[in-house]
Design a protein. Structure first.
Length: 512
């Protein structure tokens, strides 16, 4: 503890010295001033715990000095020394901030007693001041904590509603208001009933409250908010608990799950559709084959049965292609492409694809021609994926072509890319369809395409493969005359070779 410091202000030297002696003997540090002005100067320079001041002094009197003490440090405990122990002068001094007074003449004991009391007062004042400062700091912390929590609640992506145990609305954040389309409704401190403008949600909250909330209560329910707009919300209810475990109310978190629900619906619709579509041809094939195998079909009926089986088989094959395309698309979306990157001779690859398609082309008497120089630079890619990419393009060039049509394939160097062109003399595409052909499941609908089966997934797959090889694809078409697709794939440079090697090493851990 630091030494107590006392200032004695008195014009009588004897009193000053007498006080100094007694107080110093009590272990205190004592400064003296012979008038009010000198006393104020000392007050401004040093920190004092107590001041002993004579009331009647020439120049600045004791009362005026006390006012300075108050201004400089109100925690200094001041004791007035007065020659006239009148009630008035004592009251006046106390009003001016003095703690007590001492009448002259006084004994050393009287001085010690009053100083000891004053010191206790001084300690209390310091403690009170510390407590006040602490409280102010806590209040500031609480205020800033509150505003931080409020900003988090207001900015969060989910809707939030809180009620007390009586079912009065305590809090609703802007997202919840927006989700429930509430403007001036949802009045705070009003009952939930008819306040949220959604009966199902109100009843859910109220029944949860009425059924007795416990700390384990967590309820998640979906509510269909708008049937026409297909808006579905997931509501999770949980208790609001004090630190001591007491349950104060309930909090509801609202999440918009409309998109998830839509995708779920589409998925199950799709599975239903595919299985339904597959059931018919497979059932027909099975049924007619059984009849033939069991020898129950007359020779003259066999050809008719075969025709039905062939038709069903074509349908099943088309569905099989759809399933394969979907699997391709989902594996590309999952980033499972361009794994087996290797330097690739594009011409060699296109010769393979062209050979593969010759049979299909021949059926329509379509002529396929590949023109490309032999000394082309290499590209780098996944052989299977690039095969699939060009197979889709060339297969389309045949499918959407006419009897005796042409398909020309060419490869050229264009800047740092190898450009592969697939051109047909087929049915072409209308301008409005061209914007959509790379979208999943899009199929142009016109008098020619109606007769051609397809999934609408070939071009989206092609585009994804090109992009995963850092290339791009372009299309030009004239309805009724033909289409040209151009695929640009980067030429393999030694720099690219190095960087792709790193990519490959990274993407296939363990394969150096
Ligand atoms: P699919 O051929 O299975 O329908 P794609 O994604 O390969 O699916 O093609 C989407 C649509 O683009 C086709 O349905 C067709 O209308 C149009 N299309 C694609 N290639 C050509 C082409 N070479 N000539 C004319 N139309 C084409």
């Amino acid at each position: 503890m630091t030494q107590t410091r006392v200032l004695v202000v008195d014009d009588e030297e004897m009193i000053r010295k007498g006080c100094k002696k007694i107080l110093s003997d009590m272990g205190m540090e004592v400064d003296m001033a012979e008038n009010g002005k000198a006393g104020v100067e000392l007050l401004q320079k040093n920190v004092y715990d107590m001041a002993l001041v004579d009331l009647m002094m020439p120049g600045m009197d004791g009362i005026e000095f006390l006012q300075h003490v108050q201004q400089i440090d109100e925690k200094i405990v001041a004791i007035v020394i007065t020659g006239y122990a009148t009630i008035e002068s004592a009251i006046k001094a106390v009003k001016s901030g003095a703690y007590d007074y001492l009448s002259k003449p006084f004994t050393p004991d009287e001085l010690r007693t009053i100083i000891t009391k004053g010191l206790q007062r001084r300690r209390l004042l310091i403690e009170a001041d510390l407590l006040r400062k602490e409280r102010d700091r806590n209040l500031l912390e609480i205020a800033s904590e509150r505003s931080r929590t409020a900003s988090i609640i207001n900015c969060m992506g989910e809707g939030l509603i809180a009620t007390n145990r009586m079912g009065l609305l305590v809090l609703i954040n802007p997202v919840a208001r927006k989700m429930l389309r509430l403007k001036n409704e949802a009045i705070i401190e009003k009952p939930i009933k008819n306040n949220l403008k959604n009966e199902e949600l109100e009843n859910l909250i109220l029944s949860t409250l009425n059924n007795g909330l416990t700390e384990e209560t967590i309820i998640t329910k979906e509510i269909e908010f708008d049937k026409i707009l297909e808006q579905v919300y997931s509501i999770t209810l949980a208790p609001i608990q004090e630190e001591n475990g007491e349950i104060l109310g309930l909090v509801a978190v609202l999440r918009d799950i409309s998109e998830v629900k839509k995708i779920e619906r589409m998925k199950s619709e799709f599975v239903r559709l595919v299985s339904h579509e597959l059931k018919a041809p497979i059932g027909a094939i099975e049924g007619y084959l059984n009849l033939i195998v069991d020898g129950l079909v007359h020779e003259q009926d066999k050809e008719r049965f075969y025709a039905i089986i062939r038709k069903s088989r074509d349908k099943a094959v088309a569905l099989q292609k759809l399933i394969r395309d979907l699997l391709d698309l989902s594996s590309i979306d999952a980033g499972q492409v361009a794994r087996h990157l290797e330097p690739l001779n594009l011409k060699k690859l296109l010769v393979e694809v062209t050979d593969f398609m010759q049979n299909e082309a021949a059926q329509k008497a379509i002529n396929i021609q590949l023109i490309a120089p032999d000394n082309l630079p290499l590209t780098r890619g996944d052989k299977d994926d690039l095969f699939r990419l060009f197979l889709n393009l060339i297969s389309n060039a045949i499918k959407y072509n006419r009897q005796n049509g042409h398909v020309s394939i060419g490869i050229e160097v264009e800047g740092s890319f190898l450009m592969t062109l697939v051109q047909d003399t087929g049915i072409g595409m209308k301008k409005e369809d061209l914007h959509n052909i790379f979208k999943d499941f899009f199929r142009a609908n016109n008098e020619f395409t109606r007769k051609v089966s397809g999934t609408g997934l070939g071009l989206p797959i092609a585009k994804k493969i090109v992009e995963s090889h850092h290339g791009y694809i372009e299309v030009e078409s004239e309805y009724g005359r033909g289409s040209t697709f151009r695929v640009y794939l980067p030429i393999l440079s030694s720099r690219m070779d190095r960087s792709m090697k790193t990519v490959q090493e990274e993407s296939v851990p363990g394969e150096a």
